[in-house]
Structure formats: C-alpha cells, structure tokens
Design a protein around this ligand. Sequence first.
Ligand SMILES: *[C@@H]1O[C@H](CO)[C@@H](O)[C@H](O)[C@H]1NC(C)=O
Ligand SMILES: *[C@@H]1O[C@H](CO)[C@@H](O)[C@H](O)[C@H]1NC(C)=O
Ligand SMILES: *[C@@H]1O[C@H](CO)[C@@H](O)[C@H](O)[C@H]1NC(C)=O
Ligand SMILES: *[C@@H]1O[C@H](CO)[C@@H](O)[C@H](O)[C@H]1NC(C)=O
Length: 432
Amino acid sequence: MQLTISSVFLSVLLASTVTAAPLHSRTGKNKANKSKMMMGGNAAQTAAKSAVGAAYWITNEGAGNFVVAAAIGSDGKLTLSQATSTEGQGSHGAPGDGPDALFTQGAVKASAAGGIVAAVNAGSNTISVFNIDSTNPTNLEMIGKPVGSGGEFPVSLAINKAGNMVCTVNGGAINGVACFNVDKTKGLTPIANTVRSLKLNQTTPANGPAGSVSHVIFSEDNTQLIASVKGLPPTPGMLAVWDISSSDNSLSADFKAVQPAKGGLLPFSMTVIEGKNAILATDAGLGVDIFDFSGGVTAGTAAGKSSTLGITGQGATCWSSFSSKTGNFYVTDIDTSQVTEINVDDNLKPTIVTQYAQGNGTATIDNDIAAVGSNDFMYVLAANATEVKVLSLNAPGKAQALQTLDIAGPAKAAGLTVSAANLQGMTTFIKK
Ligand SMILES: *[C@@H]1O[C@H](CO)[C@@H](O)[C@H](O)[C@H]1NC(C)=O
Ligand SMILES: *[C@@H]1O[C@H](CO)[C@@H](O)[C@H](O)[C@H]1NC(C)=O
Ligand SMILES: *[C@@H]1O[C@H](CO)[C@@H](O)[C@H](O)[C@H]1NC(C)=O
Ligand SMILES: *[C@@H]1O[C@H](CO)[C@@H](O)[C@H](O)[C@H]1NC(C)=O
C-alpha cells in the first residue's frame, strides 16, 4: 500500500518536471509570460510600499497562472499592484464553465508566521511557494521551483501555525492530501508518508461540484489534517481527518470519515470555531454544518453538538471566514451573491445575524478577513464581476460596504489575462 502510493507520488513529481518545460513557449503566445507584471501605475507602487499588508488571489488561467496582489492600506482599502507568475497552469473543473473553477476554498494561502504565500497550479499538478517582500507585501519572490502536488488537480492549501509546513488536497483522478516542509531557500520539500488517498472515483480535471474535494485545513491545535468532500446526492459528503505525527509530521495511514449531522450534504469550506475543537463548514446544499469534535473524532455521522443551519433562499453557500472583532462567521453564496453573518454560541448553536447583498450576478466566492488597526475587513472575490468587494466589520451585524475593486480594467492595461470563470482564491497577509 505504502509503496504504491509513494511510487505514484514519484511519478507525479517526475511528470510535473516534464510538463514544466513547454510552459514558457505556450504562455509566450499571449504575452502573459513575464514573471512579474506591475499594475495600476506609479500611485499603486507607492501605495504598495506603505501598505500594512496585502490580499492575494489567483488568475488560474490554463495558459499561465498568476498570483494577483493588492496592497491593503491602513484604511482597509485595496490597491491593485502586482501579479506574479506561478510558473504553472490553472484549470477548470467539469462539466460547467462558470465561476469557481476549482470548486474550492484555499487555492492560495498566505502565512504571516512564515512570511510566505503558496498557490496551487491545478492544470500542471504543482504547488508554487513565494517569499513575501518585507518592505512591499505585494512583491512576491518564488522560492525554488513549483513541486509536484502528490496527485492530480491540486485545489486547496493549508499552512500550519509556525508557517513551515504546507499541505495540499488533490481533487483529480489521483486524489488525496500531501504535505511539504518549507525551506526558505529550496522551497517545498515533500514530507515522507504524507501522500494519503481520499479514494474518490474522480477525473482530471475534477467533476463537480457534487462529489468533488472542497478544502483542506489544520485542526486548531495542529494535530490533525482535515479535508472536506462534497456528497453525491443523496449520499452526504464528509470531512476526512488524518492524525499528524508529533515526531515526524507524517499522517495516519487512513483517514476517519465524518459525515455532517442529519440534513448536511455538501460540506465545502471549513473554518475553525476557536477554543471549541469544532468546525463551521459551509454546506452548498443548505447553508452551514457544525462539526463538534470536542469528544474526539469518530468515524460516522458527526456527534455531540453537531448540527446544521439552513439559510433560507440560499443557492450555494460555499466559502467562510471568522472575524475576531465581531466574534462572528461570514459565509458567501455564489448564486445569491450575499454575505451571511452567522453567530455560533457557547453551545455551538449557529444562528443567522444578518445578510449583506453584494449585487445580483456578481457571484461572490472566496473570502478572507484581516485585522487592520482596531477594525476587521472582509475581502470577497466577486468572480463574475471580476471585482473584489471590501466590507468593514465594525461591530456584530453592522458590516458596511467600503470599496469595490475592479480587477479586469487594470489587468487588461497590464496585459494580464483574467476571466470570471477562472479567478479563484482569497487570502490576506498583515505585516507584524
Ligand atoms: C516570453 O516569451 C517570449 C516569446 O516566447 C520569449 O522570447 C521571452 O523570453 C519570454 N520571457 C520570459 C520572462 O519567459
Ligand atoms: C466511477 O465513475 C464512473 C463515472 O461516473 C462510473 O462509470 C464508474 O463505474 C465508477 N467506478 C467505480 C469503481 O465506482
Ligand atoms: C436580486 O435578486 C433577488 C432574488 O431574485 C431579487 O429579489 C432582488 O430584487 C434582486 N435585486 C436587484 C437589485 O436586482
Ligand atoms: C454572470 O454574469 C452573467 C451576465 O453578465 C449572467 O448571465 C450569469 O448568470 C452570471 N453568473 C453567475 C454565476 O452569477
């Protein structure tokens, strides 16, 4: 078993080395092969140098994937500044051709502790890692070269608290997780015995959204790695939970499969409920699933205070973040283009606080929340509008629309290919 898996990993590593070669000539045709593209002119570069942090997402284009970086100002507002090639290719799941190409949260992930950004290249089965320039957080320098993802169609990333371990989940025909050490000069190096299969009957590119892989995270105490998988109705999906060895960071050979409480169907993003050993997962089928792991992780239907919360009128609630400032969770729906604010009380009971419309048809997908000064700000990729919506989270139930950032215009001016169907991911970094 172990031998088979590691030889698959090796062949994937080799394959990615081979496919990396023709990249330059292919991307050269659409002039999108420059490794860095400045956006927004001199004012943007000045803003980037005085930024308190940055927001990142990926273009996920098949002809060449870029990490797009916008400076975060001291007022929480964004200024588009720079795009950096991942030296890899994006992809799009089947059979649809709309926004949310990868069916996931976490396609790009920043770590303040590590001073790094990691991004998936779903079309070349690789992961790229970058160092964040300490003087200009929109300026990324690739560390080493992209590495094989340990499977096919890598779609989501998690970084541990220390910022020195990156794990990915692959959602294609060869699916499952794989983890890497972060070496600040060599880049990502595979960690032995972390390539673990999800045993899904999938294709490359993945077929979805039903039955596809959604997200990967570390548990709050970093002792477990958790991947979410949407169900194939009427069969519910699951959270797959592996134990991480404290001695060598290897993963348990098999995962424990935990299905959502009754009614849950399509677990998507996962956000830790701090201090509770519990997870809030969005559920594209109804709203939100609460997974209570305080009594330990046991295979089967989620136990304890696990529950589900329906969001009336929802279409597909798929992405989530938590605000320390308001103490509430914020989830986005690609169909209704609404942000829903959710409170989870001490007994893990979720309730809807309020909703914020972001414009019909904008298709709000990935989001992240950053603390700037004494406020929290929410950054929402409105993929279909090729925009980012910025909300100021002053107090519970009182989010305010702060800014709409256009991506398409500045990208076109810079010669960077972006499209509503492929844009994916949202992650933030704030300087210490
Ligand atoms: C971009 O592509 C052109 C044409 O293929 C090539 O001459 C140039 O060296 C490439 N630049 C980079 C940075 O790869
Ligand atoms: C895998 O999925 C394909 C397509 O739905 C199906 O034809 C095939 O029977 C499935 N294989 C297994 C082993 O379930
Ligand atoms: C957005 O769509 C909803 C549901 O179809 C509808 O009730 C609402 O009036 C629409 N809002 C706008 C501004 O068009
Ligand atoms: C995207 O926008 C187009 C119109 O520009 C609309 O027809 C389509 O329904 C939108 N898609 C989503 C997922 O919102």
